[in-house]
Design a protein around this ligand. Structure first.
Ligand code: ADP
Ligand code: MG
Length: 584
């Protein structure tokens, strides 16, 4: 995420916080009331104690007072425990809410937004920043509530005792408020930078773990280690900076109360001397100044604590601002039918971002329903981008893509994508069992379908070889599959969706000759009932295609059959002679 995105039109953090807290407002209120009740039942104790001493001195039995006292002590403990449980539970629910919202949001992000984000940083926002909402909800918000209430009550009492001395006290407190106003933004900024550094650390870790083999093979461990340590140290530096300012804020509050005490003593002494108030009033007022200490500390603590939360909220908000895919359309079309689809690109202009060069400069081609179309061209020509645009991972800047003559943007995204089977270049295997991987795109596929597809993609041999067959765990922490096996799993996954349009992006590049020949027959078979688009890299596949689209530098150069193109298009002739892997 770039720095400018950070600055644009921030709604205040507390608005976002309220959004997360609203569903839990009643349990939060209950928790706060229980906290207040604990305080109140504690205050009742001295009164009963006075009663008990009174009973003793008048030779009355003390059983009653003792019973009341025990009951009060037990009630105090029970209410206290219940209160802190309710508050803690509420805070955890707020964290849960934020995590759920954010992670659902992440799955709906536009690919373009993900392209420009650090996955590790996004992960830190969901896992680490949300955690900080816990303290904001309980300590900060409840502290502000209970501390604030006590503060107001005490100030009212002080006003009743002597308004003049109250004015003096408030003057001192206002002075401290000004100092706090200077300190608090520093805490906010340092907390923000500390969290950013945690995000940077997540990003570095993610990058390193994802390419550990290359790092080790390149002997770059020390340099990568330094990157992570730097991020960790930066987080430490900023957290220490925040701690420094928080300490200053806490002590400013303490100092302010000392000054208030001395000032009240001096001014009050003067007023006693002139006879404006009596000594008893001054003593009572000074006691109130002491009482004020604890709620003020509480409120200042809440405000400084809130700064950390606000910093986390700002980062959460940035993640929520990333552009998401449209959730649904006002008047959705009926789903595309089950027949093979015809596809057309009409003068598509596209670039991945506004600050990047155009990748498609007016790409136009049409593919009828059924049959196989091969896309060939030098690497970087824009072939993979064609497939990304069909799936609407990105939308073109100009031009129209149609499926069965209908603009692809007319459908809801899930509808459109349900018609397509897509094997991306370097398709990954996900963590989970082999079966999970195969059924990812169609969990309802039957056993018969599965067996058939395993056979046509020649995965039946692999399944027989694996210790737990289809239930063998693959991907992270499971059996690692070879490149060719991964590709066949990806093809099987796409076929199990029974797509109307099958997109294969160099999907057989890592297969050996025997498997490749078998898959070629499978694809030819599928192409009889489905529209198949392949980015091809082998002469054998290309020559088999019903039509070939030759792309170069973001344009379609020529369309035709192998026989036509070899004579008509010099680039194609050269590719055919030099680039395509001839299969024996
Ligand atoms: P091909 O599949 O023909 O090799 P691609 O469609 O993958 O080519 O890429 C075409 C151009 O677009 C390349 O110059 C590539 O660097 C660029 N490109 C591809 N994907 C992205 C992306 N996600 N963000 C920015 N540029 C990209
Ligand atoms: Mg490609």
């Amino acid at each position: 995420m770039s720095a400018q995105e950070t600055e644009t039109e921030q709604t205040p953090a507390w608005r976002l916080l309220l959004g997360y807290i609203r569903p839990h407002r009643w349990s939060l209120l209950l928790g706060a009331l229980l906290a207040l009740a604990t305080g109140a039942s504690g205050l009742a104790l001295p009164l009963v104690a006075r009663e008990l001493i009174d009973d003793l001195s008048h030779d009355r039995p003390i059983t009653g007072a003792l019973l009341v006292m025990s009951a009060l002590v037990i009630a105090n403990a029970a209410i206290g425990a219940l209160g802190s449980y309710v508050l803690r539970r509420t805070a955890e629910s707020v964290v849960l809410g934020a995590r759920r919202t954010l992670s659902s949001y992440l799955l709906r992000l536009r690919i373009a937004a993900v392209d420009r984000s650090e996955p590790g940083d996004l992960m830190a926002r969901i896992t680490s920043d949300t955690t900080l909402l816990r303290e904001v909800t309980t300590d900060s918000l409840v502290g502000l509530g209970t501390g604030g209430l006590t503060l107001v009550a005490t100030v009212v009492m002080m006003g009743l005792v002597d308004p003049v001395l109250l004015a003096v006290t408030l003057g001192v407190i206002a002075g401290a408020g000004v100092v706090l106003g200077v300190i608090v933004p520093h805490i906010n900024r340092a907390s923000r930078e500390a969290q950013n550094a945690v995000g940077a650390m997540g990003a570095a870790l993610e990058r390193i773990l994802g390419s550990l083999r290359t790092i080790k093979a390149s002997g770059a461990e020390h340099r990568e280690e330094a990157t992570i340590h730097e991020a960790a140290e930066e987080s430490w530096r900023q957290s220490v900076r925040a701690a420094k300012w928080s300490a200053a804020a806490g002590n400013t509050a303490g100092l302010c109360m000392q000054i208030a005490f001395i000032t009240v003593l001096a001014v009050g002494g003067g007023r006693v001397a002139t006879g404006a108030i009596d000594v008893g009033t001054l003593v009572a007022f000074l006691l109130f100044v002491f009482y004020l200490m604890s709620p003020i500390q509480q409120v200042v603590g809440a405000i400084t604590q809130y700064q950390t939360g606000a910093a986390a909220l700002a980062r959460i908000q940035e993640a929520e601002r990333l552009p998401a895919e449209p959730a649904s359309r006002p008047a959705p079309l009926p789903s595309p039918g089950a027949e093979p689809a015809a596809l057309a690109f009409d003068d598509i202009r596209f670039r991945y971002a506004e600050d990047l060069p155009y990748v498609h400069h007016g790409v136009t081609f049409a593919v009828p329903a059924r049959g196989m179309t091969a896309f060939v061209g030098p690497s970087g020509a824009g072939k993979t981008t064609v497939f990304s645009l069909i799936e609407r991972f990105y939308d073109p800047e100009a031009g129209v893509i149609t499926l069965d003559g209908r603009d692809v943007t007319d459908w809801e995204l899930p509808q459109l994508r349900s018609a397509i089977g897509y094997v991306e270049q370097d398709a990954p295997v996900l963590s989970g069992s082999l079966r999970d991987n195969l059924l990812l795109g169609n969990p309802e596929a039957g056993e018969a379908d599965l067996t058939r597809v395993l056979k046509t993609t020649r995965l039946d041999g692999l399944v027989a070889k694996l210790p737990q067959g289809l239930e063998t765990l693959v991907g992270h922490r499971g059996t690692k599959l070879s490149g060719g096996e991964r590709q066949r799993v990806a093809i099987a996954r796409a076929l199990l969706r029974r797509p109307r349009l099958l997109l294969l992006d160099e999907a057989t590049s890592q297969l050996d000759a025997v498997n490749e020949a078998a898959l070629r027959d499978t694809v030819a078979d599928v192409a009889r009932t489905t529209t198949v688009l392949v980015v091809a890299h082998r002469l054998s596949t290309v020559t088999m295609a019903d039509r070939i689209v030759v792309m170069d530098a973001g344009r379609v150069r020529a369309v035709g059959t192998h026989r036509e193109l070899v004579t008509a298009d010099p680039l194609y002739a050269e590719l055919a002679a030099t680039q395509f892997l001839a299969t024996a």
